[in-house]
Design a protein around this ligand. Structure first.
Ligand SMILES: O=C(O)[C@H](O)[C@@H](O)[C@H](O)[C@H](O)COP(=O)(O)O
Length: 249
C-alpha cells in the first residue's frame, strides 16, 4: 500500500515510484480494491480515466485475481473526462473501459455512468452533473463530504489532466462540476470534471508511466501555473503513482 499520509495538492502530494507501468497498474488494482472493499457507509464512487496505464489496470481488475473480489455492485463508475464521440468510437474512454473491464464482470448497469456524447455538449455536461448530484444526494458540494472516493487522473505532455486543457475557459470554472472543453492542441470537443468537482474527493491518484511524462511532471511539481495539472487539489489525499522513467530515475 502506498503511504497516503501527506499532501492535498500536486506539489505536496505523495510520490510513489515503482519499476514500470505494469507495477503501477498492479499496485493500483490492489489499492483500489482495498479502498472499495473498505467503503461500508455508502457506495464507492470512482471517477475513471482514459489512457494507456489505466487500460492495463482495467484488464487486471477484470482478471481472475480480482473479478470475484472487487465490490462491483457497491461501486458507482463515473468518468473524469470523455471525448464527444459516439460510444463505439475508438477514441471513447467509455469504449475502452467497457471493452477492457466492464464487459467481463458482473456490474449492475445502473452503476455505470458514461458521459453522454450526443446532442449539445453543454447540455450533455449539465445532464452528467445531474447524474452526479443524484448519487451525491444534493447539488451543493460540502467540505468533509466528498463527491468521489477516488478520482483517477493522467498527465498529458502539455500539462493537461482529465480534459482540462491549457488556455481553455474551463480552467476558470468555479461552480459547475462538469463542463465542455475544446482544446486548441488536441482533437475532439471534450466533457470533463472541473477543478471544484475533482477537489471534492477523498483521493486523487495520478498514474504516470514513461520518460515522456518527465518534463510535464517536473513543471507541475514545481507549480508552473501554465500547466492545468498544477491547479489540481483535493480535500483528501493526492498521490502520484509513477514509474522510474517518469520520475527521472
Ligand atoms: O486520455 C484521456 O482520457 C485523458 O483525457 C487524459 O487526461 C490522459 O489521462 C492523459 O492524456 C494521459 O494519457 P496517457 O496516460 O495515455 O499518457
Amino acid at each position: 500500500m502506498h503511504d497516503m499520509s501527506t499532501g492535498h495538492d500536486v506539489k505536496t502530494g505523495t510520490m510513489v515510484v515503482l519499476p514500470d507501468a505494469e507495477a503501477i497498474a498492479q499496485h493500483m488494482a490492489k489499492w483500489l480494491t482495498g479502498q472499495a472493499l473498505a467503503k461500508k457507509d455508502g457506495p464507492f464512487v470512482l471517477a475513471l480515466s482514459g489512457g494507456s496505464t489505466p487500460r492495463r489496470l482495467y484488464q487486471i481488475l477484470a482478471s481472475a485475481e480480482y473479478r470475484d473480489r472487487f465490490p462491483w455492485a457497491n461501486t458507482q463508475f463515473f468518468f473524469g473526462d470523455e471525448r464527444f464521440v459516439p460510444e463505439a468510437d475508438a477514441a471513447s474512454n467509455y469504449n475502452m473501459v467497457e471493452t477492457e473491464m466492464l464487459a467481463h464482470v458482473t456490474v449492475p448497469p445502473a452503476n455505470v455512468h458514461p458521459m453522454p456524447t450526443s446532442g449539445d455538449p453543454t447540455q450533455a455536461a449539465a445532464t452528467y452533473q445531474a447524474e452526479l448530484e443524484k448519487v451525491y444526494g444534493g447539488n451543493v458540494l460540502q467540505p468533509g463530504r466528498p463527491l468521489f472516493d477516488v478520482v483517477m487522473l493522467g498527465l498529458g505532455d502539455n500539462g493537461h489532466t482529465a480534459s482540462l486543457f491549457p488556455r481553455q475557459p474551463v480552467l476558470r470554472e468555479k461552480k459547475l462540476w462538469v463542463s465542455t472543453c475544446v482544446p486548441d492542441d488536441a482533437p475532439h470537443t471534450r466533457l470533463t470534471l472541473t477543478y471544484p468537482a475533482i477537489h471534492s474527493s477523498r483521493h486523487v491518484v495520478f498514474m504516470l508511466a514513461g520518460a515522456g511524462k518527465r518534463e510535464a511532471f517536473a513543471k507541475v511539481r514545481a507549480g508552473d501555473p501554465a500547466e492545468p495539472a498544477s491547479h489540481i487539489t483535493t480535500e483528501g489525499e493526492l498521490v502520484w503513482l509513477m514509474d522510474k522513467a517518469a520520475a527521472g530515475q
